[in-house]
Design a protein around this ligand. Structure first.
Ligand code: ATP
Length: 946
């Protein structure tokens, strides 16, 4: 260990920062960088890395300051509803103090209101706490990894394992994992927006720069920023809190929690209902006081009714339902980063999807190599270099050039083979781009020793791949050390345009129109089989600093390579489901139109004989009107050979047409489209950090099927929310109508007391509402067209159902109440609160609501389907919650202690039978309504209207 790493030094510097790394990181001459950081071009040794990890700690920032548990709990008591209820409880206590004589009922009401506040706060707190825990654990499922050289070998490590002195390999799309000094830079530019607020990409170099503010050093890259283009190697000089990002990072700057439009809609509805409740309370007070009722009692009664009608538990139930949706999606490999996406997913109308990895397995295997007019089939599947290239000699040059022009690495089967998403058959896997992985395998099958080739012709420069050029090139020093060669590989059309010659059976020939047509025809033939085709070419260049123009022009074509990428087996089912759900699928790919069409046919995206296949070049020639016209056509649409800019343009055009667009993306350049779309979907396994950052949903398995699953769950979350809203609001009608009826019929007492109403809200309402929020998706959820974006949660249909169900419930309880009162033969004016008949009647009303709510909960489980089709018993939580409510009601009716609290009386078996019969009637009425709906209003768009 050198003196630079003595413990004495570390005591004077911030944790995670190398002593010599600052302030001189940018001024150290290139040759001294490794020595200054006690490392080497081969990276640290594993043993040294362990030592440094102990010394400098993990490369992570301290967790953002979370509110303490007590503060989180306290916050629950400061929201609007809680304050209203606390004030109401205080007034009731005051009224109790003022009453002469004091009425125990008033005291009970005050306590009950307080209980409501505490219960709501507990639910809210538990929900928030678990949502936070879920968010944390979900984030941990997408570890941030980086590529590092250790002992001279390239490895993929969690970014938190980095230590000062590590040599990291950076590519476009990577998030920079720590503060580093560049030692190799190939056309690198970074986006420093997170640090400097400047969103334009800035170029980087490896040369030393003058001393100055570290953040302005052009030879350094910093944690929290992104590599936008190019590739680089860099030595870490600061990690964790010692980085510039760590310094700037303010713990308190936690982003404010945003509410989704749905939450806002529900909150505003709840406020409106609270306003109505207040008005009803005031009106009841105004009606009853002139009839000679005692003032304080009437006031307390009105207050109680008001409190009972306020939907206090609604916001918490809504959040729980959304959180359940998020968790279910995570189980289906779709991590949702914002609750907003859960809603948007339910109304998705178009999915713009990539091909490789999303529709296909991204397990590329070279199946054909073509050079000099001859095709050479290749045997073997996957990344294991097992198999052979038929008659390999004539294609060695081609495969050698293609392999030298790769950044990916093949990794032999490790102990954890099979766990990595990009691990192929036999446990071999690819570190980096899978297309390149396939080329490396083919080269190995042709007997090429790549390590020896790289040693003979070391790479001196690189122009990295980008999806606009669709090319990548590298410059190599030849064995005689004086000459240099450029190898270029990429999309055949792009490469062919830059070739002047062709290698034909070992001889260079001018690329005549005839030969060009030959190559194009071969390319089309391979693409029509669904193969991804790459071409490779070479040329001598003047030196290591040959410009990109020089490197990528006047090339000699070596041949074509066609690789297989089998479709994911689960995709065709998912495509079919989307079709039936009226969700349009547009394939957006950088690949050849014929390849795209072949794959699209295999997975079922294309069924028509002549789908619309539009290339990026044609898109460029279209103005916005023409593009709108194209998108308006119902034809199946494939966008091929497009760049991320095209993707962005198509997303914008679709949104202009009112579509709700989900778009997939993996590259750094996809970030604008991902951000702009209603649902940006990034690839968790193969995507770049930048894409994952920009998206609101990350697919852990990259599969299209996971998007379809998320759409289905998104739809069901929205449906479930509607279900418990109908459930909750309809019973409010059943609570209110008897009170109004009694008031207008001149009955001197209330048919249900405020404390009873609170018992219903807490006993029979909250748990079934939560259980409804957790309903599994209805079987026909993907048989309907997408929900319109303009559709309000409280639509006319929803209001209609609330009135229908609430009306039946209200009718039932009014009938049992007045029937019981009239059957006794006692005149209205003789009734007192302690009358047994009156106590029985109000017990009947309370039990009537509880029992009908049980049937109501079953009725709202489906919108149109018969409840018997999904199975009466298929949501056991709901049954348990309903039974709990009825059990509680029985206790209130029969236990003397509770009878005293609620002023109730024991019910007879016949009473329960009558109430049960009313419940069955409610279910039958709702079944009839659904049956009528199914007969007279068939679902439009079923079977894929697009
Ligand atoms: P997909 O929809 O299949 O995922 P994509 O939109 O990601 O495709 P790109 O990765 O941009 O497509 O690739 C476009 C074309 O560029 C490919 O068809 C291939 O010919 C070529 N290509 C892909 N990867 C490389 C690479 N690493 N080096 C050189 N050329 C490549």
């Amino acid at each position: 260990m050198t003196q630079l790493l003595t413990p004495g030094d570390s005591s004077r510097r911030p944790e995670g920062r190398h002593p010599s790394g600052w302030p001189s990181a940018q001024t150290v001459p290139l040759v001294d960088v490794f020595a200054a950081l006690d490392t080497s071009p081969r990276g640290l040794t594993v043993a040294e890395a362990v030592l440094r990890r102990d010394r400098y700690g993990a490369n992570e920032l301290p967790r953002a300051g979370r509110r303490g548990l007590w503060r989180q709990l306290a916050a629950q008591f400061t929201d609007l509803f809680a304050i209203v209820l606390l004030v109401a409880s205080a007034i009731t206590f005051l009224a109790y103090e003022l009453q002469q004589p004091r009425d125990a009922g008033t005291f009970r009401l005050a306590v009950a209101i307080l209980a409501v506040v505490v219960l709501n706060a507990s639910i809210g707190f538990a929900q928030e706490y678990s949502a936070e825990r879920t968010a944390q654990s979900l984030q941990a499922m997408v570890p941030h990894t980086c590529r590092v050289l250790r002992d001279g070998e390239r490895r993929e490590l969690p970014a938190r394992e980095l230590v000062p002195g590590d040599v990291v390999v950076l590519e476009a799309g990577d998030a920079v994992p720590a503060d580093c000094r560049l030692v190799e830079a190939h056309e690198v530019s970074v986006n420093n927006a997170a640090l400097t607020g400047e969103s334009d990409a800035v170029g980087r170099t490896r040369e030393p720069v003058a001393a100055g503010p570290l953040l302005e050093a052009r030879n350094c890259v910093f944690m929290g920023t992104d590599v936008v283009a190019g590739s680089a190697k860099a030595v870490v000089f600061a990690t964790g809190a010692a980085t510039e990002f760590g310094r700037i990072f303010r713990l308190a700057a936690a982003a404010p929690r945003q509410k989704t439009p749905l939450q806002l809609q529900v909150a505003s509805m709840a406020r409106r209902v609270a306003g109505v409740a207040l008005a009803i309370g005031a009106a009841l007070f105004a009606v009853r006081v002139p009839t000679g009722q005692p003032f304080v009692e009437t006031f307390v009664f009105a207050l109680g009714v008001m409190v009972a009608l306020v939907p206090e538990g609604l916001p918490a139930t809504l959040s729980v339902s959304l959180a359940i949706g998020v968790r279910r999606m995570a189980r289906r490999h779709a991590l949702v980063k914002q609750l907003l996406a859960v809603e948007a997913l339910g109304s998705t109308t178009v999915v713009c999807t990539d091909k490789t990895g999303t529709l296909t397995q991204a397990e590329m295997t070279v199946a054909h190599v073509w050079a000099g007019g001859t095709s050479h089939p290749v045997s073997g599947v996957g990344y294991a270099p097992v198999g052979e290239v038929t008659d390999a000699a004539p294609v060695r040059e081609l495969l050698g050039a293609a392999a030298l022009c790769c950044n990916a690495r093949l990794v032999p089967p490790p102990a954890d083979a099979g766990r990595c998403p990009r691990s192929g058959r036999g446990g071999w896997r690819v570190l980096g781009d899978t297309t390149e992985g396939a080329l490396l395998v083919a080269a190995a099958k042709a007997g090429i020793d790549l390590a020896a080739e790289e040693a003979r012709a070391p790479r001196v420069a690189e122009y990295p791949f980008d999806s606009i050029r669709k090319l990548m090139s590298t410059v190599h020093r030849a064995a005689d050390a004086d000459t240099y060669r450029a190898y270029v590989k990429g999309a055949p059309q792009e490469l062919l345009a830059r070739c002047t010659d062709i290698d034909w059976k070992g001889r260079r020939r001018p690329l005549t129109d005839e030969l060009r047509a030959d190559v194009t025809e071969t390319n089309d033939q391979l693409a029509a089989q669904g193969l991804r085709v790459l071409a490779a070419a070479w040329r001598p260049v003047t030196g290591p600093r040959a410009t990109q123009d020089e490197t990528e022009s006047g090339l000699t074509l070596l041949g074509l390579v066609g690789m297989l990428d089998p479709p994911r087996p689960e995709v065709s089912g998912a495509v079919d489901a989307c079709r039936r759900a009226g969700v349009r699928i547009v394939m957006v790919t950088g690949d050849h139109p014929l390849t795209a069409e072949a794959v699209a046919r295999r997975v079922g995206i294309v069924r028509q004989a002549a789908p619309a296949i539009v290339t990026g070049a044609r898109l460029d020639r279209m103005d916005d009107d023409a593009l709108d016209g194209l998108l308006a056509e119902p034809a199946e649409l494939l966008l091929c050979r497009v760049s991320p800019e095209h993707k962005m343009r198509v997303v914008t055009a679709l949104q202009r047409r009112g579509e709700v667009v989900a778009v997939t993306g993996d590259g750094a350049n996809d970030a604008p489209a991902l951000k702009h779309a209603d649902i940006g979907v990034a690839m968790g396994a193969s995507g770049t950090d930048v894409a994952r950052e920009a998206a609101v949903m990350v697919l852990l398995d990259d599969s299209f099927a996971s998007i379809a699953a998320a759409v289905r769950l998104g739809r069901s979350v929205y449906q479930n929310i509607r279900k418990f809203l109908i459930y909750l609001f309809s019973h409010n009608i059943a609570e209110l109508v008897p009170i109004l009826a009694a008031t207008f019929a001149g009955f001197p007492l209330v048919p249900i007391t405020a404390v009873q109403i609170l018992a219903i809200d807490l006993g029979s309402d909250v748990l079934p509402a939560l259980a409804l929020g957790a309903e599994p998706p209805e079987p026909d959820v993907m048989e309907r067209p997408p929900r319109s974006r303009r559709e309000r949660l409280f639509s006319l249909t929803v209001m209609g159902r609330i009135l229908f169900l609430g009306g039946i419930q209200a009718l039932g309880v009014c009938v049992v109440f007045f029937w019981h009162i009239h059957a006794s033969g006692i005149p209205y004016s003789d009734f007192t609160e302690d009358d047994t008949v009156y106590r029985e009647a109000i017990t009947l009303v309370q039990a009537g609501i509880v029992v009908s709510q049980f049937f109501n909960a079953l009725a709202v489980r489906t919108d149109r389907q018969s409840i018997f089709r999904i199975g009466l018993l298929s949501n056991p939580w709901l049954l348990a919650a309903g039974c709990f409510g009825i059990g509680l009601m029985a206790a209130i009716s029969y236990l003397p202690a509770l009878q005293a609290v609620f002023h109730t009386a024991p019910l007879a078996a016949a009473d329960w039978a009558v109430l049960g019969a009313f419940g069955v009637l409610l279910l039958a009425a709702e079944e009839t309504r659904k049956w009528w709906l199914r007969c007279h209003r068939p679902v439009v768009g079923k079977g894929g209207k697009r």
